[in-house]
Design a protein. Structure first.
Length: 376
């Protein structure tokens, strides 16, 4: 007996953790900072940390009330019906629910390249095919309806990422509406707003609900997560907001209790902790400006909690930075072998990242000069 043919499936390459890197290099984990996975440098919301501890005693029960309470709180936050909120095990889990609810075997999904790997992974798990539209580096990863529609060829699901990972670019809501208009009647446009809180922009929930001058529509869904701004990546909690018309599909596609008691209690507490969110967003804004000004290489403008930097050879630079204790994301696996992505850290972490990167770049240039002299 063997698994089914998985040759088309690609493994997810996560940003590397401090423990893992320190062990491999035989060093003390305290020497490292990790700015590789867009995690919250302030940690979880303190209120959520308390809720997690308090939820420990209830861990023997299945999450029913907590799930309902969080669903209602999220619905209230967005002013939508509770049935429209599909809680899941991370944003990734919500992507799976959307795949389950939409894809017949052989259906296609259209995803950005470079882009978030899990869209395609999930589609393949659900026997779907994956097509790509290109966000081009030459055009600074600009996202327009045209870029997407030029590549559209009848796919069932179209993914937009706004702010986009790894570039930080966004797509205007008018363009999202144009994509939804220009795709088939049975096509769903999923707007992944994992970094939505860091951008000064309206959510695409406005398109689902018909707000801000848009007509209400039944072909857009929005994805959100507690992993980024709320600092809860470790508990795995995210959700989709779906159109009212097909909201009750959730009962048929969700994995029972996939959003755990502890996750739901933490999520509820985090939702109410505006101070932590504001502090996190403020830190990210300052950090990305600081990096754009301070790094001796091209840095794309970003609306997320990270920046993409053009360093020439990503793997060599990421390794050299890691040697010096700063772990960043080598974007080779995103199809950008010249770029690294640096997460916005605390002020001290961000300063260290900029200083370290500039040292690495200066060393490299000095070595290249010396080689130039010897060659001559
Ligand atoms: C982090 C991220 C997600 C969701 O991650 P989860 O931890 O599963 O919630 C979704 N989309 C993008 C683009 C992301 O970067």
């Amino acid at each position: 007996m063997q698994p089914r043919d998985l040759s088309e499936h690609v493994a997810y390459e996560a940003g590397r953790g401090i423990e893992e890197v320190a062990r491999e290099l035989g060093r003390d984990p305290d020497e490292f900072v990790k700015l590789a996975s867009n995690e919250n440098p302030h940690g979880p919301s303190p209120a959520a940390a308390v809720a997690i501890r308090e939820a420990a005693d209830g861990a023997s029960s299945y999450p029913t009330a907590a799930h309902a309470d969080l669903t209602d709180a999220v619905a209230e936050r967005w002013d939508v019906a509770s049935e429209q909120v599909w809680l899941a095990n991370g944003g990734d889990g919500a992507i799976d629910y959307l795949s389950r609810a939409t894809l017949e075997p052989g259906d296609g999904v259209l995803v950005p390249t470079p882009g978030f790997a899990y869209y395609g992974m999930s589609a393949r798990f659900h026997h779907g095919g994956v097509e790509e539209y290109r966000l081009s580096r030459e055009d600074d990863f600009v996202q327009t309806a045209e870029t997407v529609l030029d590549a559209y060829d009848g796919e069932r699901v179209v993914y937009l990422t706004s702010p986009h990972n790894p570039s930080g670019s966004t797509i205007p809501l008018a363009d999202v509406a144009e994509v939804a208009d220009g795709t088939g009647d049975d096509a769903l446009v999923v707007v992944d707003e994992a970094y939505g809180e860091f951008a000064d922009r309206e959510s695409a929930v406005a398109l689902i609900e018909g707000r801000d001058g848009f007509d209400a529509r039944e072909d857009v869904a929005v994805l959100r997560t507690f992993s980024k701004v709320y600092g809860l990546a470790g508990i795995r909690l995210g959700y989709a907001i779906v159109p009212d018309a097909w909201a009750d599909a959730y009962a048929r596609v969700n994995t029972p209790f996939a959003a755990s008691e502890i996750a739901c209690r933490a999520g509820l507490a985090a939702l109410g902790d505006d101070e932590h969110v504001e502090r996190t967003v403020e830190t990210a804004r300052e950090a990305r400006e600081y990096m754009r000004e301070g790094i001796d290489a091209d840095v794309w403008p970003s609306e997320g909690n990270f920046v993409l930097v053009d360093v020439g050879e990503a793997t060599a630079v990421a390794e050299a930075m890691q040697e010096r204790g700063v772990i960043v994301r080598d974007c080779t696996s995103f199809g950008l072998p010249g770029c690294i992505r640096i997460t916005c850290g605390t002020e001290a972490e961000t300063e260290r990242a900029v200083e370290t990167l500039n040292e690495v770049l200066a060393d490299r240039d000095r070595q290249a000069d010396r080689r130039g002299v010897t060659d001559a």
